[in-house]
Design a protein. Structure first.
Length: 452
């Protein structure tokens, strides 16, 4: 056996081991080169087999007849760019006249099998240009966030998408969000990871945790206000509504509506105000919203109506005042009483972890992305953290949050505790924190001198 044969066997064995144990390493070392070669060699035949070619135009047929040449073949979309990534390939195509982006999207599953990739998704960049994002392995099996993230104010990374891209929670684009999921589906880890990322932002965190505070109170050093029961939550929400009204008065006082002020400088929300006057934005996290909507007595019904009314007002009016909602629950349907569907209509971003029935998935996506309902109820029980996310534009994708332990979230909140702003209107709800205990090293006792 020659040395070349031995080296080849070693390389094959290493590639097989990496593909089994470390698919990400295999992709970066061997997979990306093989995938690029496979796409370039098979491209023409695959496009023709998938029906993504167009017949030659009349003038090309006429030129071929005049030149006494064979009829030209059908043409596939032009390859504008082929870019390898850490998880797959990005293939940008220029469509031929008569082709549609929907045709490419409908062929994604066939392209996945033909190019031997793990997944293929399609999106339209602009008129006539479609981008295919192909993943070489299951990026959601073991979530590894990239080291370089695009961080901007009020936009935090929270999960990894199935196409290898990072899923961001952008509060400027989608102010309010709804997260649903059954027990042990990963909903709490998603919320915990969101708090850990928001802890580094210049934002005030306000929490309502009616499970006696077991989820949010360990993170209390980074929260400006917390409530652990429905009675305190009702008072806290009323205080937030009062704070919102005060912010609107501040905006009115500084709108600068004069003839010599350009339109772009007229203030309509807190982001149009000068930094010296801009109030701190607030993110309100509600854990298990059903606990706020359930009641058994007349007094509890009055409290419930007060809470839902305040939440609806914050959802409708809070965006311009810099108040953003993150509402979590196992179910969020009309059985929770009046006002719930009106509140749900204001929650643009939707995330559904594993749910136990189709009705729960319909509560999240039935009115914005019906195609995502089937994907939400197909999440297996052995993949906690896997979820389906969508918004009002009808698009949806599978995501998975990296596992964040409670200790990691607590450490992040403690590390950024100095960023916790003091909000005078919410001072009564500031959590009482135990004093930090510093370990003092006690010197060892010295021997007493011997007596004379």
């Amino acid at each position: 056996m020659t040395g070349f044969t031995v080296a080849l066997l070693v390389v094959v064995a290493v590639a097989g081991l990496l593909r089994w144990r470390r698919p990400a390493w295999y992709w970066l070392t061997f997979g990306v080169a093989l995938a690029v070669l496979r796409v370039l060699v098979r491209y023409g035949s695959v496009m023709e087999a998938c029906g993504l070619t167009v017949p030659p135009s009349r003038w090309r047929l006429a030129v071929a007849r005049m030149a006494n040449r064979p009829a030209p073949e059908s043409r596939a979309p032009r390859i504008l760019r082929l870019r390898p990534t850490r998880t797959g390939l990005v293939l940008r195509l220029g469509l031929r006249p008569g082709q549609d982006a929907f045709d490419v999207a409908a062929s994604c599953d066939r392209l996945r099998h033909s190019f031997a990739m793990y997944g293929v998704t399609s999106r339209e960049i602009r008129s006539g240009v479609v981008e295919l994002r192909m993943t070489g392995y299951d990026v959601l099996a073991r979530v590894q966030m990239p080291t370089k993230l695009d961080r901007v104010p009020m936009r935090v990374p929270v999960a990894l998408r199935e196409d290898g891209a990072v899923h961001y929670r952008d509060y400027r684009t989608t102010p309010h969000a709804l997260t649903v999921g059954a027990t042990k589906s990963g909903k709490s880890v998603y919320q915990r990871n969101l708090v850990a990322e928001l802890a580094a932002e210049d934002v005030a965190l306000v929490g309502i945790d009616c499970k006696q505070g077991v989820e949010l109170f360990p993170l209390a050093r980074r929260f400006s206000a917390l409530a652990d029961n429905p009675d305190t939550a009702a008072d806290l929400l009323d205080a937030l509504v009062t704070h919102m009204e005060g912010v609107y008065q501040l905006i009115r006082a500084d709108q600068r509506i004069t003839a010599d002020v350009p339109d772009a400088e007229i203030a309509a929300d807190i982001w149009d105000l000068p930094e010296t006057l801009r109030p701190t934005p607030i993110v309100l996290l509600v854990d298990e919203v059903a606990e706020l909507a359930l009641f058994t007595t007349k007094e509890e019904e009055k409290r419930r109506d007060r809470i839902i009314t305040a939440l609806a007002r914050l959802a409708q009016l809070g965006r311009a005042a810099g108040i953003y909602l993150e509402i979590c629950g196992q179910r969020f349907g009309s059985e929770l009483g009046k006002g719930i569907t009106m509140l749900r209509a204001q929650l643009t971003a939707r995330t559904a972890h594993r749910v136990n029935d189709e009705t729960s998935a319909n509560m999240a996506f039935g009115d914005i992305a019906p195609d995502a309902v089937l994907a939400a109820i197909s999440i297996p029980t052995d993949t906690p953290g896997l979820a389906v996310t969508g918004d009002s534009n009808g698009g949806w994708a599978r995501i998975r949050t990296p596992h964040t332990s409670m200790r990691q979230a607590v450490n992040a909140c403690n590390r950024h505790a100095h960023r916790t702003p003091e909000l005078p209107g919410l001072a009564a709800f500031r959590p009482e924190l135990p004093p930090k205990v510093s370990l003092v090293k006690i010197p060892a006792p010295t021997e007493a001198p011997a007596s004379a």
